[in-house]
Write a protein that binds this ligand. Structure first.
Ligand code: NAD
Ligand code: 6OD
Length: 486
């Protein structure tokens, strides 16, 4: 990245704006640089550029040409792989190995996946004989919506941004992206890669800033935005839905979760322990799919809690580039304080702290960072706030259960409905109860294993719509049905 002042990318040019805000390292609290904050003028300019691109060269690209462009973008990310890793690590404090194997790798994969899907995408064709004996036929045509607003969160910055940018561009839309104020760096690098790949001016625009009464809200309220795709907190989703309703725009929401892991006594015990450690503490618990509620069949409950405790206490917390590090900092002091607030609430609600519950002490500059200990609770009642609200940190609560019906009822007793992880050797039972969970996704004997052709999304407060595979092509397209009476 060329400078520590991160700028917007509008109409094919990097532009500054007067107001800026600091980008702060969550590892040690030092300032990494300044970021331009987009005002109404910059957001309007970005939307205008996006709209104009639809009637310029970008609007004339064929699906194959768009697919070729996505492949060039993927090549560009691969060429600058280490720069993207450094950007994600600097903004988030995550382990370098995670940024390599998950975040940036998925950035490349997202572009390549949707290049392939759009190259193969066809339409639908139907024939029908009418009452008077005419044979009519109908076919569908996919067209872009036009201008798509993409608002993304800080927890998996590049993965989640490209999960939306790739299909939106694949379908011929122009995009205006607004990444989280906490993670501006990889989005800015992506703009540099887009520029180098020759993306037509206005097809991809980037504005930095905050949400309410800032770039995010200015974008969702702009009447020339044709569709909005958002990933973030459920209550933010409600705010954006209200803003989107002004113009009746298509929306796609990937929101919060309070996900369960369900461990049966017949499971592969070691695999289940390792799996729940991953699903509870990956990315310091800052993954929407993380298991904050763990239900363990009573015969193995005590043994499982002891094994999970030992595993959590063996996790190495430290610098992103430390050998063997498993967990980094949280994203910010503000978020850490929110998580510590739930640690305090858990005490008040009667939790037993099996391990963790506080802040690790390093005796160096990391004590200025946003670190939290991996934490395990037991003993909370199902109606405790810590069992119903998303903490979004390195913490899970473990409770025993006695029957399939009981655990299905308890898992479904939530305002959210994103994902469930199930650990059992009895696959007949796995098939039978997976469909009973009111969630968007169930993983059996694994977690966060992704086939990008499958629909991804949540029920209830966890989201609206599905993206992934043809579901993304459907969301990012306006479909016209043509009926011909020859
Ligand atoms: N379901 C999923 O796939 C998924 C994936 C990742 C994260 N999440 C959820 O995201 C949350 C963590 O991310 P976060 O803290 O960045 O979420 P957030 O809702 O605070 O912010 C997300 C984005 O929305 C912007 N924003 C905030 N208020 C806005 C408004 N009124 N109008 C327009 N834009 C606005 C922010 O600037 C940011 O870019 C968690 O709840 C997590 O579960 C869900
Ligand atoms: N949307 C995806 C992951 C979401 C993770 C939530 O933090 C994906 O894997 O495509």
């Amino acid at each position: 990245m060329s400078s520590t002042l991160l700028r917007h990318y509008i109409a094919g040019e990097f532009v500054s704006s007067e107001r800026t805000f600091a980008n702060v390292s969550p590892v040690d609290g030092r300032e990494l640089g300044q970021v331009c904050e987009a005002g109404q003028a910059q957001v309007n300019a970005a939307v205008e550029a996006a709209k104009a691109a639809q009637s310029g060269p970008w609007g004339g690209f064929s699906a194959a040409q768009r697919a070729d462009l996505l492949e060039r973008i993927a090549d560009g990310i691969e060429r600058r792989f280490d720069d993207f890793v450094a950007a994600e690590v600097a903004d988030t404090g995550r382990p370098v190995h995670q940024a390599r194997s998950l975040d940036v790798a998925r950035g490349v994969q997202n572009f390549r996946t949707f290049a392939g899907l759009v190259r193969q995408a066809g339409g639908e064709f139907f024939e029908m004989r009418t009452g008077d004996g005419s044979d009519v036929f109908s076919y569908t045509v996919r067209k872009p919506h036009g201008v798509v607003a993409i608002i993304s969160p800080w927890n998996l910055p590049l993965l989640l941004l490209t999960w939306k940018v790739a299909p939106a561009l694949a379908c011929g839309n122009s995009v205006v992206v607004k990444p989280s104020e906490d993670t501006p760096s990889s989005a800015t690098l992506l703009a540099e890669v887009m520029h180098e790949a020759g993306v037509p001016a206005g097809a991809f625009n980037l504005v930095h800033g905050f949400g309410p009464d800032s770039a995010g809200e200015f974008l969702t309220r702009n009447a020339d935005v044709d569709a909005i795709t958002f990933t973030g907190e459920s209550r933010t989703g409600s705010s954006i839905m209200r803003a989107a309703a002004e113009g009746v725009r298509d929306v796609s929401f990937e929101l919060g979760g309070k996900n369960a892991a369900v461990v049966f006594a017949d499971c592969d015990f070691d695999a289940a322990v390792a799996g729940v450690l991953r699903s509870s503490f990956t990315n310091s618990g800052q993954v929407c799919l993380c298991s904050e509620r763990v239900y363990v069949e009573r015969p193995i409950f005590e043994r499982f809690v002891a094994a999970l405790k030992a595993g959590a206490e063996a996790l190495k917390i430290g610098y992103p580039d430390e050998d063997g590090v498993n967990m980094g900092s949280l994203i910010s002091h503000k978020h850490r304080d929110k998580v510590l607030g739930y640690f305090e609430l858990a005490h008040q609600e009667g939790a037993t702290v099996v391990t963790g519950g506080g802040v690790p002490r390093f005796g160096d500059e990391r004590d200025n960072g946003a670190y939290v200990q991996p934490t395990i609770w037991t003993g909370l009642s199902d109606d405790a706030r810590c069992m119903r609200e998303e903490v979004f940190g390195p913490v899970c609560h473990v409770a025993p259960f006695d029957s399939d019906d009981e655990v299905v009822r308890r898992v479904n007793d939530s305002a959210y409905g994103l994902a469930t992880a199930l650990w059992t050797r009895n696959l007949g039972r796995a098939h039978r109860i997976s469909r009973q969970f009111r969630v968007g996704m169930v993983w059996v004997n694994t977690w966060f294993l992704r086939d990008l052709r499958t629909p991804f999304g949540g029920a209830r407060l966890s989201g609206l719509g599905r993206e992934g595979g043809r579901h993304s092509l459907d969301f990012y397209s306006e479909i016209t049905t043509v009926c011909v009476n020859p």
